[in-house]
Design a protein around this ligand. Structure first.
Ligand code: FAE
Length: 560
């Protein structure tokens, strides 16, 4: 196995005193030093593409959990290496960083020869380290982002805080050690902190009143006719960029449906535009692309070894090496983190992880469906639904917390079919429902394939769909539309894919209440795998990031 070069400067590595004494006592420090007998030194990080041999902290993955961890570790003066399997995408004035949503190329998809969008036809492409990944399990296909910024590259920017009453149906309300109320803590400090970092704002009135957001108005009007109220969702978007696109002073991107494969004007406030550069600006954090972590090994000196495959843009392994760290933060997303920890446990690298690993996985009650609005059209109703007016980021949601089956949030997504088929208008709304369902699955480890498998019932999303149907039937009952049974299997309600995988290394179960992996010191999980299967009828990124903010603050204060 190839080892990376050792390249240290003469400055001292900032070990904690406790850590340095431990290492010295174990005689292990010598293996980390270029010159025997010298003080430990910190890496210079001056060789692009090659991470330092040893770091105080390694963060695996650069999505919501990883980006938060990297920033706060960097601010605390902790030398941190972020290892991201995907590519770093730089938005440039040429406006062609990402491929378009409608004629996708290799940049769209993570290591497949066909695109994988849940809507529309698959396109043949070259195998490449594109932004959107789908992992297929029996009965469930899991979508996630891949690249520096993780899921924020492909997400819809909806930044939704769940209500306390729903949150406490999912999460243990109080920290068993301190007795503090988790939601109150998040609400007072950490939800606002993340909102601020992402600059999440509701769409300004002058923008949401343009035709570009007419589809959201139609949804709001139809919901209110059925007795529901809708709310404007804070969006991690730079509305001034969208305004410029509307004015014509910037080429169109966000307003022509460029979302799921990335945003070419930087209108989306993805993590590579806020948390990650802020982390790098501390001078203590370096982010390395194309570093796919294979396993984590606990060393007898208390450090961790992380085995890495460095891949190229086609996903082909170029070299394999091992880095070490005093602390490791596993932030590879629900599937990635669970897979890494279960694999490391099964292979004997982390044997003491408890049996809760892989448990309590949920789809966040996702179901997508399409409501056709023929009656509205024939009665002189909406006619702008699928022109440019149906291409902008989602801004409005209906919340039904008193649903008799399960609490529900329903959002109207962009569906810019006219961009693909000019002159065509399907008079429909593409909608995503999120229900606080209690269905859960779990992962098992397959020793033969050395991979995880998800055990998820084919009926796993039934309760969520029934709850969503309850609302949709009420909206449709006055003739405003119907669910298109041909759009998705299962009478028009998708049940076999999710954009919101959650769980697998749940807080209070596989980890403590702050993400410390049970059985180990200085090994942490800070991402969606901490969340017990549901974000309480809300899109999950805000809650993932807020919990990461809360946890890393405590970890830095107590463990470093
Ligand atoms: P995530 O952001 O997925 O980051 C994990 C990172 O780890 C990724 O960058 C991976 O490439 C990397 N990684 C994985 N395995 C390895 C490995 N072995 N070695 C090195 N790196 C690795 O995790 N949520 C919302 O709140 N609002 C939305 O509007 C929204 N829209 C979405 C739309 C789509 C199409 C999708 C797919 C998701 C959407 N989500 C949305 C969900 C959101 O993106 C997701 O919950 C978070 O990104 C999860 O954050 P994590 O930190 O758990």
């Amino acid at each position: 196995m190839e080892q990376p070069p050792t390249y240290y400067s003469n400055t001292h590595r900032r070990f904690s005193r406790r850590r340095f004494l431990e290492l010295s006592a174990l005689g292990a420090a010598a293996t980390l030093l270029p010159i025997p007998g010298c003080q430990p030194v910190e890496p210079t990080y001056n060789i692009p593409g090659i991470p330092p041999t040893h770091s105080q902290a390694i963060v695996i993955g650069s999505g919501f959990g990883g980006a938060v961890a990297a920033l706060r570790l960097g601010q605390a003066g902790i030398q941190t290496t972020v290892l991201e399997r995907g590519k770093r995408w730089a938005v440039t004035p040429s406006g062609n960083t990402f491929c378009s949503s409608f004629s996708p190329d290799q940049r769209s998809t993570w290591l497949r020869n066909q695109t994988i969008m849940p809507v529309g036809l698959a396109t043949n492409i070259n195998v490449y380290t594109g932004v959107l990944e789908r992992v297929d399990f029996p009965n469930m296909k899991i979508y996630a982002g891949a690249g520096v910024g993780g899921g924020s590259l492909v997400y819809g920017g909806m930044t939704v805080q769940p209500p306390k009453t729903l949150f406490e149906q999912v999460f243990a309300p109080t920290d068993p050690n301190t007795g503090t109320n988790l939601y109150d803590e998040l609400n007072a400090v950490y939800y606002p902190r993340v909102m601020n970092m992402l600059n999440a704002q509701i769409c300004p009135e002058n923008i949401r009143n343009t035709n570009h957001f007419y589809y959201a108005q139609v949804f709001g009007n139809q919901a209110s006719q059925a007795g529901y109220t809708t709310e404007l969702i804070p969006q991690a978007y730079d509305w001034s960029i969208i305004q410029q696109e509307i004015n014509g002073t910037l080429p169109e991107s966000s307003i022509k449906g460029e979302l799921i494969y990335g945003d070419n004007n930087g209108g989306k406030n993805s993590l590579d535009r806020n948390y990650i550069p802020a982390a790098e600006a501390t001078g203590n954090v370096r982010v390395y692309e194309f570093q796919r972590v294979k396993h984590i090994h606990y060393n007898t000196d208390g450090t961790y070894s992380v085995e890495i495959e460095r891949i190229n843009e086609q996903g082909v392994v170029q070299t394999t090496y091992t880095l070490t760290a005093d602390s490791v933060f596993v932030c590879a997303g629900s599937v990635g983190t669970t897979r890494l920890l279960m694999h490391s446990k099964a292979q004997g690298h982390l044997p003491d992880i408890n049996d809760q690993i892989g448990q309590n996985w949920g789809s966040n009650g996702n179901s997508m469906f399409r409501r056709n609005l023929l009656n509205a059209v024939t009665s002189g109703g909406p006619s702008l639904l699928t022109s440019e007016a149906h291409a902008c980021p989602p801004i409005r949601a209906l919340r039904d917390s008193n649903n008799p089956i399960a609490p529900v949030l329903i959002e109207s997504a962009p569906y810019p079919i006219t961009t693909v088929f000019p002159g065509t208008d399907c008079y429909c709304l593409l909608q995503l429902g999120l229900a606080l369902s209690d269905s859960r699955g779990h992962f098992t480890y397959n020793a033969a394939t050395q991979n995880v498998e998800l055990v998820w019932s084919s009926n796993g999303n039934n309760q969520a769909i029934q709850a969503i149907q309850h609302v949709v039937n009420n909206i449709n009952s006055n003739g405003s539309g119907y669910v298109d049974a041909t759009a998705f299997a299962n009478n028009g309600y998708s049940k076999d894919f999710t954009y919101h995988p959650l769980g697998g290394a749940v807080m209070g179960q596989a980890c403590d209440f702050y993400g410390r992996v049970s059985g180990y010191q200085n090994l942490y999980v800070l991402d969606g795998s901490l969340i017990p299967g549901s974000a309480a009828a809300a899109n999950p990124s805000l809650t993932i990031a807020a919990i990461a903010e809360r946890n890393i603050e405590k970890i830095i204060a107590q463990d470093f």
